[in-house]
Design a protein around this ligand. Structure first.
Ligand code: PEP
Ligand code: MG
Length: 753
């Protein structure tokens, strides 16, 4: 739909194109453009501020303000209305700018006579490089179309600003000497270690032609590229490695849906109508998206915006006739990207791609889910990697310790290589020990199970020798899709898990979303304190249809096989009763429909909210098993956010209070013969596992790589003397018993790795 202002926009763009192509220095041409823009938009002032090093916005050109202010007026990002536009990376318009609380009056500009102001960020590669502003003497309400036109014009101006107005090194801050070794901290999106050569992900093709010669031609080019891209995605979906029911497929299907999003397509078409070429229009929408993304805090929305970015890159490649041309990788490549779409990752040669480093990202983003399925270590939120890593640099991705080494010294490389060899040897040794009984020296048997959430996790269950799946997190297929998977889709997924588990027991945990795992179809209001908010069973009890559908799918997938269902985040027994009631009703309904009854139905709860432990009498009568979710439990016991890096070392899972709490629970469960397990991270740490066994746990569930080390610990532990020792130290006032327990292990030959 052409907007009202497209005629103005197109005329103005045509004139700007002539100036851009004309003679004179960048600054002279910039001066001419502000004049044209003021005239085109019937404004009294048009000014261009350019961002310089140190987050300073400097007035570079103006039509209307006092000429002496040029290069003299400077504002910090965030200061004044211009600074606000830069800080928020979004367009703003104020009919009465001078009375706005953020207005910063600069007398040298002579701006006191101008009432209204409209400004847009000048964006380049998703970064704000300046601000373009118009002002009027009258109190003017700028229209949507005028803002849109100014944005389009700002895109053309970005070329001038980036093309030599300020020295290149000022445009993007560079930390330190590019040739020195660096260690960059980030966030683990997938564990593991990889060493290789840096390859910078070239997602963007630079757009040469900005202003359209002929509108129809550009619209047709856009339509053609869109169709080609849709076809390419269909081919990807039909390719052999899209396992039915796998997460890959869900992710790409969702992505394919986005590629048909009418809003996105409409915005690009509108930008073409405004006078841009197809590439420039895609780029404009892409830049707007990026800028918007930097303002959004909701992780789900941020991740979906990332998918749109990926699509924009793909579309640009189609327009440039370069679709399907992927970057060649060296044999051991570490890909460096600001962010990456799921399909983009799959475009690379999986045999050569060893690791991934992203400037942005979160564990629930689509590309992280795919990387986990492919077993590629990933570090995200590694600040400034794109400017600090050069192509061909040697890079170590240390997904286990949340860091990236760039151009590391020989000693570091040697240490990591030796570590990699050791790891490989250790993995082989653990695999060889997979059938060794998990029994302490004095004969106590311990059950080890795996935590899983991806079908990929199940591939490793067999070689780990685990007894079964102690925790199956069902939320990932829900997160990978654009809408709630229906009963049939869920039945297929759970059926696949049964198949892959090959008769080993599985504990299916019902949907545990909310908190940081927001689903688009449950748009809850933003929460102050999401970890304690509307999440998990609280959501599914409020949306019982969702829980019933999931339970129905589980009963159907079981096909008469044993079924274990576990409810998460139960805070009081009455919640369990409600959930159990839904399960009973679904079971009755399914049996009436002729679905075979599960051979054995076991119903359990996670214990991760402390309050529940104070209702053990009632609780233990109602459940077949309990599993402690120590990740959440510990954060609630200490009132300490589990995701806050500033608090991560403050409280310890081996604090006397945690162990005392758990010991009481062990005793209560034992007295009523209710099986108790623990499925939080601590169960997979050998020292923690030793303490848990010491206080009476006989079953633990952990991520696959921990099974081998914990088995070794158990087999080298003599339980009786250790229990006596633990009994002695449990009441100590220390903040943690960790050091004492480590020393005990060392002195008594317990293998804690
Ligand atoms: C836990 O809280 O310990 C747990 C296992 O659940 P999640 O980590 O999925 O919240
Ligand atoms: Mg939990």
């Amino acid at each position: 739909m052409p907007s009202v202002g497209t005629g103005v926009s197109r005329r103005l763009l045509g004139r700007l194109r002539d100036v851009m192509a004309g003679s004179g220095s960048a600054e002279e041409r910039l001066n001419r453009t502000v004049g044209l823009i003021a005239e085109g938009l019937k404004a009294d002032v048009c000014s261009c501020y350019v961002q310089r090093a140190g987050e300073v916005l400097e007035l570079f050109a103006t039509k209307g303000l006092l000429a002496s202010a040029v290069h003299a007026t400077r504002l910090r990002v965030g200061e004044g209305l211009v600074g606000l536009i830069a800080a928020q990376a979004s367009p703003m318009a104020f009919a009465d700018a001078q009375n706005h609380p953020a207005f910063a009056y600069r007398p040298e500009t002579g701006e006191e006579i101008y009432r209204s102001l409209m400004g847009v960020p000048i964006l380049r590669g998703g970064r704000v490089i300046g601000v373009l502003v118009v002002q009027n003497k009258t109190q003017r309400n700028y229209s949507e179309e005028e803002i849109e036109t100014l944005e389009t014009v700002a895109m053309v101006q970005a070329e001038l600003v980036a093309g030599g107005l300020v020295p290149k090194e000022e445009q993007i801050a560079i930390d330190g000497n590019a040739l020195l070794p660096l260690r960059i901290e980030g966030v683990r999106l997938n564990a593991g270690i990889a060493i290789g050569t840096a390859v910078i992900h070239r997602s963007q093709i630079s757009v040469q032609r900005l202003v359209a010669e002929d509108l129809e031609t550009e619209l047709n080019r856009f339509k053609g590229a869109l169709t080609a891209m849709h076809n390419q995605l269909d081919a990807l979906l039909n390719s052999a490695d899209m396992e039915a029911g796998g997460e890959h497929r869900d992710v790409i299907e969702t992505y394919r849906m986005f590629a048909q999003d009418a809003g996105w397509i409409g915005r690009i078409a509108e930008a073409i109508q405004g006078g841009l070429t197809a590439e420039a229009a895609v780029q404009k929408v892409h830049d707007d998206t990026r800028a918007r993304m930097s303002q959004v805090s909701d992780p789900y929305i941020r991740e979906r915006l990332l998918d749109f970015e990926d699509l924009a890159n793909r579309l640009t490649q189609h327009l440039a006739g370069k679709a399907g041309v992927t970057q060649e990788l060296p044999d051991e490549a570490i890909l460096i990207a600001r962010t990456l779409g799921p399909a983009e990752l799959l475009d690379y040669d999986r045999k050569k791609l060893k690791g991934l480093v992203l400037e942005e990202g979160s564990p629930t983003m689509h590309v992280a889910i795919i990387a986990r399925a492919l077993d590629i270590p990933v570090i995200g939120r590694a600040e400034g990697v794109l400017t600090r890593i050069e192509p061909m640099d040697l890079v170590i991705v240390d997904g286990d310790s949340n860091q990236v080494f760039v151009r590391p010294g020989e000693d570091i490389v040697a240490a990591f290589r030796a570590n990699a060899v050791l790891r490989a040897e250790r993995v082989a040794a653990y695999a060889a020990e997979r059938d060794d009984p998990v029994v302490t020296i004095d004969g106590t048997q311990i059950g080890l199970h795996i935590n899983a959430g991806l079908l990929a996790d199940l591939h490793f269950m067999e070689s780990s020798g685990a007894l079964g799946i102690g925790l199956y997190r069902t939320e990932i297929p829900f997160m990978a899709r654009h809408e709630l998977p229906d009963v049939e889709a869920q039945t297929q997924i759970y059926g696949k898990i049964y198949e892959m588990a090959k008769g080993k027991p599985i504990v299916f945990r019902t949907l545990d979303v909310g908190g940081d795992k927001v689903l688009p179809y449950w748009n809850g209001a933003p929460e102050e304190n999401p970890a304690m908010g509307w999440r998990s069973i609280r959501i599914t009890l409020d949306r019982p249809a969702v829980l019933r559908q999931q339970l129905r799918a589980l009963i159907r997938a079981a096909q008469g096989r044993p079924l274990s269902v576990m409810f998460p985040m139960i805070s009081e027994v009455s919640e369990l009763d409600k959930a159990r009631d839904l399960l009973d009703r679904e079971l009755a309904r399914e049996i009436a429909r002729g679905t075979p009854k599960p051979e054995r139905l076991r119903v359990g709860t996670m214990l991760e909210v402390p309050a529940l432990a104070f209702q053990t009498d009632a609780l233990l009568k109602r459940v077949d098993f309990i599993s402690v979710g120590s990740n959440d439990l510990v954060q609630f016991l200490f009132a300490s956010d589990r995701g806050n890096p500033r608090l991560s070392d403050r409280y310890d899972t081996l604090a006397p209070s945690v162990l005392a709490f758990l010991k009481r629970l062990v005793e209560a469960c034992r007295s009523k013969n209710v099986p108790l397990s623990l499925c939080g991270e601590m169960g997979g740490q050998p020292v923690d596992a030793m303490a848990l066994i010491g206080i009476g746990f006989r079953s633990l569930s952990m991520h696959v790589p921990s099974i081998g080390p914990v088995r070794r610990m158990v087999r080298s532990l003599e339980l009786a003397p250790f229990q006596s020792y633990l009994e002695e130290i449990l009441d100590r006032p220390d903040r943690s018993l960790r050091l004492m327990l480590k020393a005990y292990a060392r002195d008594h030959g317990v293998d804690i790795g």
